[in-house]
Every structure is written in structure tokens, then in C-alpha cells.
Design a protein around this ligand. Sequence first.
Ligand SMILES: Nc1ncnc2c1ncn2[C@@H]1O[C@H](COP(=O)(O)OP(=O)(O)O)[C@@H](O)[C@H]1O
Ligand SMILES: [Mg+2]
Length: 419
Amino acid sequence: MPLRRCKRRRLFICVGLIAVSLVFLIKDTLFVSLFASSFLADEFFFQSNVCPACYGTSLCKQLEGRLWIAPYLTDPRASMKGVRYAEWDRQEGKVKVVTKNLGYAAEIKNFDEALCLRVTGERQCAVHEAVKLFKIKSSEQIPSNLMQSLTVGLNLSDHFHCMSDRLKRKIIGLYDTDRDGSLNVEESQILATTLQVNREPIILQLFPQDEGWPFPQYYGACGRTIIAEYGGRTLESYMKKSWEFRVWLSVQLLQIAFLLTDNSHDWALYLTDIRPANFALSENGQVLVIDAEHVEIVDMQEVDRKQVLSDLELKQEDPECSRNHVRCGIHSSDLMCLGYERDLNFIYICRIMLGFSGYGRLLDNPPVHAKNTIESLLMDCMYYNRHRRRRQAAAELLHYLVTFLPEGPDQDDLMQKYS
Ligand SMILES: Nc1ncnc2c1ncn2[C@@H]1O[C@H](COP(=O)(O)OP(=O)(O)O)[C@@H](O)[C@H]1O
Ligand SMILES: [Mg+2]
């Protein structure tokens, strides 16, 4: 009996070893064949037939016959949300991109049904016609105010909590494709559709990467698809890496919190949906905010005009706010618009991404000699302490974390080690 068991165990080990070596041998072929199963995006994929009830047409021509979708390489959770990894064969060379439908299929279907119902009284209709019919009907009713007369009622303040004239002008400028200073009917319909489904493309265009903002590059739209830079794997994949690597990510996150809160452009951008799945590490080593839908924009020039003098921080804490409830805390968008509560990015980057210790976040398990300093700085970044304000604690934490990093070109090795 023991002899038979021993033989069986040996057999298992042999089969296991053979399986592992096989996977190792065919891994490259497997990857290539998965990529080979990509398909060429066509009109049906982009749904360009629904325009102008769509996100735009700026890229349709350039994508024709040039965008290869890799369905099996796409993270399954991402593809459920209408995100697909793809390769775009541009004239300048190939680039990795994502295509985003900006919502679950059910959300997009609801949008179409609501539009049809309003125009035809039926749930099903040709949306590209419906959007035009609605225009005719409503502009007859309210001819003097085109902005209000759109598909689903284009009121920018419904979609941006803190509206200012500067922000309004910038948003309209993005969609004024014929550059005549105002939106024609079709441009308005595209903006209205985008606002109604997901304002992410607007944020990406308002704060472009080539001006230093930490978002993926936005390339444009075709039908119900936008094309953005592939931002890399999300930070969820790096939570268990070495201390040095996690410090490197934490440093970048704190730098993002500072940049978005204070910058020479006088916009404060508050990230209200902070979680590891909404940040990615790009292939050139930059942490990017890949989900921009819930970014709140405050025009600090407007705030300065109102002369807010004190109490800029969030003081109150929900007494129930325990280590298990990182998202709690009371903040008010109205106050944020007025220039208060300027420490939101710090609170949530510290709470959700860096601390608490023991909860599977980036600054878990620091070296013994650094533990007390890091914990004390993290606590003051998360909770109000009038002796050391959050921003101060975040600045000190950033300064301290940088001392753990290799300098200059050695930092590139960090990336190479983990890519
Ligand atoms: N630019 C991007 N680069 C790489 N992956 C992305 C990008 N945008 C989205 N993803 C992937 O798709 C997922 C869902 O996209 P996201 O914009 O966060 O949608 P949702 O609003 O539904 O959370 C992300 O968690 C990420 O895995
Ligand atoms: Mg997300």
C-alpha cells in the first residue's frame, strides 16, 4: 500500500513538472496566438451610425482599418465595463490604446431608451434620428435658448458641481469643432450625449497629459467609443511588491495629490473615486489616474475672487470612521466649490492607497526602523490634527519616503525589475 502511494505521488510530480515545462515552452506562442485572435474594429464596433447621439467622430477616418482589438488580452473586469485593449497602427507607429464605451451595455441601453421614449413615446427607435427630431421639436418650443433645447437638456451645471465661466468656456471650446465660437446643433448633441453617459472624455481633454496632468492621453472619439492611451496595469497588481517598489508608487501618488490640489493653472481637481483599480502604472513608469469620471473641478480663480480666509480643511470626522471604513468622512461638494476642504486628495490617497497598516495597502509592512515615523505621518494625513495639518503631514511623508528610493537612473531599474 505505501509503495503504491509513493508511486502515485511520483507520477503526480512528473505530470506536474511536464505541465509546467509545457506552459513555459508555449507561453510565447500562447501570447502571440492570443494577440493573433485580435479583430479589426469596424463601424459596427464603433457604433458610428448612432451619431450625433455619440461621443464624436474626430477619429473615425484615422481608425479605419487600423485598430486591432485584443479581446483575450483585456482584463475581464475591464471588458465588462466596455473597456478593451487594442493596438492602433498610426502613421507615426503602433501605439497601445484602450477603447472605452464609457458605461456598461445596460447603461448605454437605458440612455437610448430614455431618448427614444422622450421623442417617439416608444422605447425602441433609431437614436440617430431621434436625436435630430428632438432638436427640431425642442428648438421650436424654446428657439431662443439652444443650449437648453438639446437631446437630454444640456445644462453643464447638472454635470459639474462647481461651474465657473472659465470652465464653461473651456468645455464649449472642446466641442466647438468648427471653431466659430459657439456650439452648433450637432456639436451640442455630441456634448450632451457625452455628458449624459460619462464625462470622462471631457476631463481628459480639459487636462491633457502633454500639459503635465496625470491622466492617460486622450486621442479622440468615433461613435460610441473613445480612444485613450493604454495606461498600464492597475495598481491592484502591485500591492504585494517589494517595499522599495511600493514606496516608489506611493511617492508618485502623493505627488499627484499635490499637483491636483495646487497648480499654476489655478484648477483644483479632487479625486472622489480613489481606489487601486482606478490608477495604473504606465509602461514608462508613470502612475496615471485612469478613471477620470468622478473628478471634481474647482476653479481657484473663482474661489480667490470670493476670498475664502480660513478653515480650508476638512475637520469633522464621522465618529464611526474606523479602519474598516476607509471611505467615510464627511465632505460637502458645496463647500469644496467655495474653496474649503482642500485636503481631500490627501485624506483619500493616504487612507485608501497608502494606509492603514495591515489592510493590504501600499505602505504595509515598512522596515522596522521606519514604522513609527510612517505611521505617525499617515495618521496625521488621514485624521485632523491641528498641530500637524494634513498637507504638512503629506509633505513630510513624501519627503521621508523619497529617502528610501534609489537616485536618478537607478530608479529606472525599479521599473525594469517589475515590468
Ligand atoms: N486608460 C486605461 N488603461 C488601462 N486600463 C484601463 C484604462 N481605462 C480603464 N482601464 C481598465 O478598465 C477598468 C474599468 O475602467 P474605468 O474607467 O475605471 O471604469 P469604471 O468607471 O466602470 O470603474 C479599470 O479598472 C482598468 O482595469
Ligand atoms: Mg473605475
